[in-house]
Design a protein around this ligand. Structure first.
Ligand SMILES: Cc1ncc(COP(=O)(O)O)c(C=O)c1O
Length: 493
C-alpha cells in the first residue's frame, strides 16, 4: 500500500458525491438534462439516512438515533470501502483494466467489491472457508464473482488451505488484494464520507457515536473526523463477549462481522473511549426486538451496537444525542437468529418460556409414543442395537432387572447410547455378544411432565443427548432434541 496516498481526496470522490461537499448538502445526482438520475449504482453508495429510535429509547434520557448503513446499494456499510479501495488501487496503478480482485471474504466486503467489479469489468475471486453458508456463497456468485471454497481441516501451510489459496491467487499477474484489515484506504474512507455525513446530518449535535468494531475502519475514520470537529465526542465500542478488543479472552461467539482475536492495522484503539461488552444472547434478542418494535430488520452486530447504545444512554443526560451505526440488514440472518429453531439449537432459550411443558411435548408426539422402550442390564449389545434400530432412536434408558413399566428414578440405572456403542465396537470385536452392563452410560437427566420446555433445552444444551420424562415419579417417555424442536416449530406456526 506504500504507493497510495490515502489522504488524496480525489480517490474518494465517488463515495462522497461528485458535485457536493458532504458538509453542505445531501447528495443529489443531476444528469445533463437536470433530472435526478444517478449515473450508476456506485454513485448511490454512502449518504445513508439517520432515523430516531423512539421506541428503543423510551426508557433512557437521551435521543437515540440510528445511521442506516443497510440502505447502501449492497446492503451494508462495506459498500463504502469496496469502491474506495478499488479506486485507490487504480490510482496507484495496482489494479489495471482486466485485472482480478482477490480477497478472502465471505461477507459484506465481498458484496461491496463484487458490485464495483461488475460495473468496472474486473474479475472477482473470493476465497472462503468451507464452514461458510451456501447462501453467502450464492450471493457472491449472483454478482458474477468466483468463489473458491477451501477446506478448514488442513494446516495453514497446506496448498489447499484458505491462506495458501488466497496468497497464490493474489500473486498472479494483474491480481490485486484489497486486504481490508491492512489497507489504510479503509479508515480514510470514513474520514471523508461517513464522518462528515454524520456531522452534517446532526448539525454538529452529536455527543456519542456507538458502533461495533471489525476491521476498525469505521470506528477509526469516523472517530478521527468527529474528534477533530468536537474533541469531547465519545466513541463507544460495542464488542462481543469473546473478542480481544474490550479485554476479553478470545473465544468463539456467534455475532458476525465485529470483534476480533487479533489487532488489525486498520484499527486505532486509542479512538475508542468506552467499551461495552455484549453477549450473543443480548445481541440477538435486541436485533429481534428492533424488527418488531421499530420495523427495522437489522443484523446481529446491530443488536450488539444497540444494546451498548442503550446501556451507555442510561448514564447520559436528556439533552444528549447518541448515534448508533447499524451496519447491515437482518435479511442475511433469516435462517440464523431470526429462526426460533436455530436459536433453540444454539442454546438461546429465553424465548421458549411459556411455550409449553414437558407434558405438552409428550402429548404432541401422540400415538407415536409406545410404552417407554427400555433395556435390561443382561441383554446383549446386539439386542440393544436391534431395539434402537426398530424404534429409530439413538439412546435408551436401562432399567433394573425385573422392572418394566412404571420405573421410578432409582430403577433407571443407566442408558445405552448409539455413539458410545460405536466407539466401543471399534475397540472390541466381541462387543455384540457382551451384556450391555459392560457399556453402560450414565442415566439420562430426568424432567417432570409439568416442567417448562426451557428445562429440557437447558439439559440438552449442557450436552445430554435426550431426557427421560417423569410423571408422578414414574418414567414415561424419552424426549430428544428433535422432539423438542418439532414441537417448537409446530407451536410457532
Ligand atoms: C455486519 C458488520 N458489522 C460491523 C462491521 C465492522 O465494520 P469495520 O470493519 O469498519 O470495523 C462489519 C465489518 O465487516 C460487518 O460486516
Amino acid at each position: 500500500m506504500a504507493t497510495i496516498d490515502v489522504s488524496d481526496r480525489s480517490i474518494y470522490e465517488r463515495t462522497i458525491g461528485i458535485e457536493h461537499d458532504p458538509l453542505e448538502l445531501p447528495r443529489r445526482h443531476l444528469d445533463e438534462r437536470g433530472r435526478e438520475i444517478a449515473p450508476d449504482l456506485i454513485a448511490l453508495m454512502g449518504d445513508t439516512p439517520l432515523v430516531a429510535l423512539d421506541r428503543l429509547s423510551s426508557d433512557v434520557p437521551p435521543t437515540l438515533v440510528a445511521k442506516l448503513e443497510m440502505l447502501n446499494p449492497g446492503g451494508s456499510v462495506k459498500d463504502r470501502i469496496g469502491i474506495s479501495m478499488i479506486e485507490a488501487a487504480e490510482a496507484a496503478g495496482e489494479l489495471r483494466p482486466g485485472g482480478t480482485i482477490v480477497e478472502p471474504t465471505s461477507g459484506n466486503t465481498g458484496v461491496g467489491l463484487a458490485i464495483v467489479a461488475a460495473r468496472k469489468g474486473y474479475r472477482c475471486q473470493f476465497v472462503v472457508p468451507d464452514k461458510v453458508s451456501q447462501d453467502k456463497i450464492s450471493l457472491l456468485r449472483a454478482y458474477g464473482a468466483e468463489v473458491i471454497v477451501c477446506p478448514t481441516a488442513v494446516e495453514p501451510e497446506d496448498p489447499r488451505s484458505y491462506y495458501s489459496v488466497s496468497d497464490e491467487l493474489a500473486s498472479r499477474p494483474n491480481a490485486f488484494k484489497p486486504n481490508q484489515y491492512f489497507n489504510q484506504t479503509n479508515p480514510q474512507t470514513h474520514v471523508f464520507s461517513t464522518g462528515p455525513e454524520l456531522w452534517r446530518q446532526t448539525a454538529g449535535q452529536i455527543d456519542a457515536f456507538v458502533l461495533g468494531v471489525g476491521t476498525g475502519g469505521t470506528a477509526t475514520g469516523v472517530g478521527r473526523y468527529l474528534k477533530e470537529r468536537k474533541p469531547d465526542v465519545t466513541i463507544v465500542g460495542a464488542d462481543p463477549e469473546g473478542s480481544l478488543y474490550s479485554g476479553d479472552q478470545a473465544r468463539p461467539y456467534l455475532v458476525e462481522g465485529i470483534g476480533e482475536d487479533f489487532w488489525p492495522e486498520t484499527f486505532d484503539p486509542s479512538i475508542v473511549d468506552v467499551w461495552e461488552q455484549v453477549s450473543d444472547a443480548e445481541s440477538f434478542a435486541m436485533a429481534r426486538r428492533t424488527a418488531r418494535e421499530e420495523g427495522l430488520l437489522v443484523g446481529g452486530s446491530c443488536g450488539t451496537a444497540l444494546v451498548a447504545a442503550r446501556r451507555y444512554a442510561a448514564t447520559q443526560p436528556a439533552d444528549a444525542t447518541i448515534v448508533v451505526l447499524l451496519p447491515d440488514s437482518g435479511r442475511g440472518y433469516l435462517s440464523k437468529f431470526y429462526d426460533d429453531t436455530w436459536l433453540a439449537e444454539h442454546g438461546f432459550v429465553e424465548h421458549t418460556s411459556g411455550a409449553g411443558t414437558v407434558g405438552d411435548i409428550l402429548s404432541a408426539k401422540g400415538e407415536q409414543l409406545p410404552p417407554l422402550v427400555h433395556l435390561h442390564p443382561d441383554e446383549t449389545v446386539a439386542a440393544a442395537i436391534s431395539l434402537l434400530k426398530e424404534y429409530g432412536v439413538s439412546q435408551m434408558p436401562v432399567f433394573r432387572d425385573g422392572v418394566h413399566d412404571g420405573a421410578r428414578a432409582e430403577d433407571v440405572i443407566g442408558s445405552v447410547r448409539e455413539n458410545a456403542l460405536l466407539d466401543a465396537a471399534l475397540r472390541d470385536g466381541e462387543l455384540m455378544s457382551r451384556p450391555i452392563v459392560e457399556v453402560l452410560q450414565p442415566p439420562l437427566p430426568v424432567v417432570a411432565t409439568d416442567e417448562e420446555i426451557d428445562q429440557v433445552l437447558g439439559e440438552l444444551s449442557a450436552g445430554a443427548p435426550a431426557v427421560v420424562a417423569q410423571h408422578d415419579g414414574r418414567a414415561i417417555g424419552v424426549l430428544t432434541r428433535a422432539d423438542v424442536l418439532t414441537f417448537l416449530a409446530g407451536g410457532a406456526s
